[in-house]
Design a protein. Structure first.
Length: 530
């Protein structure tokens, strides 16, 4: 199964606040790390403060935080120095994505007499990291600073209002030079596939901070989306060389190497990141992904076994761990995890297929056949789904085995596969007319809820709202409890701007059915904000 079926995308605002790496080989607790720092500086708060400033300048935010805390906790700094260091500490915590820590530091700063617009902006950023976009907007008030516009844009994005976010970005760019604003605006435009606009904003970043990490990272991301993979690799390589203690360029370079079918290189790069930041979840995710792509299931088990108690079976890591158990000869354990995953996310095809694999491996072919049927009966069924259904049917002595074998040999199935591939490719390149043509031909005079859903997606994306609603409602009628069908039925109404009460009701039902789904929650928030 393609890795993409298991991988989730983080909200864009959180990507901007990735944690800085720990020192190479730092398999030590925070308390021990702090003790080592204290031992290196004695009890000299001025030395700790100097090291904090130096680390912050080098974008080593973990060290900056530890050194700043050591200096502040001594209680021996002059008031003005304490305020300056509290500001630095808050900025480091924001860069690390620690909204709660930053809020506590900013409260301490205000208690010490610090304040002003810059502090308010930091409080707004902390609120965003804590999932409070409306509070962030309130804190920003009428602040016209370019950085305030950056934060407003992030708040509007969190609320699902991209039009207001775009307006905020544009007003911020007109308000003055700000590299962080330009970075976020460029990423916004890349997501919207406005590559020409993103190139213009990148030029601003290159003027303001030509050697900056953010500049290189934005260039790499843009070149990847433009298909200029060698140029993207060069940008990431520059960032790795200039910022050897930051894991972000290593992560993106590893992803790029994987994209270029250089799996061993990707594994080596993410190994370097793991030595810098052994506890970073993004690094672990890629280690697991690459090991599974290589078929190194023992490595997957070793990576995830320490986290087994906390693994959510719906997540990519939870599903990959279950597959590792299955491949390593523990089908009963795998079956339990896949069953939980499918119960929690019944629309997930990977969970359904792997549960059927586990059921077949535990000698229960009849149940395996019933589990795989929703996939193997679909017009979109591929080789793997039909092969699994055929194996289960034969093992169970089910008469459907002959029909499944005949379907695999038929010219009609091969034509359906071509149409399904054409439709998927068209959706990927946002060619809505081609997607509609392919899926309409695939549907023919038949009926398939997943194909109907994809037609609804294509029609709503093309702005043909009435057709979208009609197809979405047909899909929902065939699968009334499927969270995906509830979601698309609500989404097409939201996009059409009509029957908003029904849109909210349907989206709420989708969220209730799959509360961990970020896309569902984001679309519900957009509907509620209307």
């Amino acid at each position: 199964m393609a890795t993409g079926m298991r991988r989730a995308i983080l909200p864009s605002f959180l990507h901007r606040h990735a944690r800085a790496g720990l020192p190479r080989g730092a398999l030590i607790t925070p308390a021990l790390a702090l003790a080592l720092v204290l031992a290196g500086c004695g009890d000299n708060p001025a030395a700790h403060a100097a090291k904090a400033r130096s680390a912050f300048a080098a974008q080593d935010f973990v060290t900056a935080r530890m050194e700043a805390l050591s200096a502040l906790d001594s209680g021996k700094l002059p008031a003005a120095d304490s305020q300056a260091l509290l500001r630095l500490l808050a900025r480091a915590q924001l860069q690390m994505g620690d909204g709660d820590g930053a809020q506590a530091t900013l409260t301490r700063l205000e208690d010490a007499g610090g304040g002003g617009p810059a502090v308010n902006r930091m409080k707004a950023e902390a609120a965003l990291l804590r999932g409070l976009p409306r509070q962030a907007l309130s804190l920003l008030g009428q602040d016209g600073d370019a950085d305030a516009w950056r934060l407003r844009a992030a708040a509007h994005q969190a609320l699902g209002d991209n039009a207001q976010a775009l307006s905020a970005f544009r007003q911020g760019m007109a308000a003055g030079d700000n590299v962080q604003l330009a970075r976020d605006y460029a990423r916004f435009l890349i997501t919207a596939e406005d590559f020409a606009g993103a190139d213009q904003v990148l030029a601003v970043m290159q003027r303001l901070d030509p050697k900056g990490l953010d500049t290189a990272m934005v260039e790499g991301a843009l070149r990847v989306r433009q298909g200029q993979l060698d140029a993207a690799g060069a940008a990431y390589d520059r960032a790795i060389a200039a910022y050897p203690r930051r894991i972000e360029p290593l992560i993106e370079r590893a992803n790029l190497a994987d994209m270029q079918s250089q799996l061993d290189r990707a594994i080596g790069l993410i190994g370097k990141a793991a030595r810098l930041a052994p506890g970073d979840s993004r690094v672990l995710d890629l280690q697991v992904q690459f090991a599974s792509e290589k078929g190194d299931w023992e490595k997957v088990r070793q990576l995830l076994a320490p986290h087994e108690v906390d693994l959510d079976p719906r997540t990519p890591n939870g599903l990959t761990y279950a597959e590792a158990l299955l491949r390593l000869g523990h089908p009963e354990q795998a079956r339990v995890i896949f069953a939980r995953a499918l119960l929690l996310s019944p629309q997930n095809p990977y969970s359904r297929m792997m549960l059927a694999e586990a059921q077949l491996a535990t000698g229960d072919p009849g149940t395996a056949l019933r589990t795989i049927r929703p996939l193997s009966d679909s017009l979109l069924a591929g080789q793997r789904e039909l092969d699994l259904a055929l194996r289960a049917a034969r093992a169970a002595g089910d008469p459907s085995a002959d029909a499944l074998a005949a379907r695999l040999r038929s010219g009609q199935w091969q034509q359906d596969q071509r149409l399904a591939a054409d439709g998927q490719a068209a959706l990927g390149r946002r060619d809505w007319a081609a997607a509609i043509t392919a899926y309409t031909a695939l549907l023919g005079n038949g009926s398939d809820p997943e194909v109907l859903k994809r037609l609804a997606v294509a029609y709503t994306s093309a702005g043909r709202h009435q057709e979208a609603i009609a197809y979405a409602d047909r899909a929902l009628a065939q699968a009334p409890r499927d969270p995906d069908m509830l979601h698309i039925a609500g989404l097409v109404r939201l996009n059409a701007g009509q029957d908003m009460a029904a849109a909210q009701h349907l989206l709420r039902r989708a969220v209730d059915a799959d509360p961990a789904n970020r896309l569902f929650r984001a679309d519900l928030a957009r509907a509620q904000a209307r």
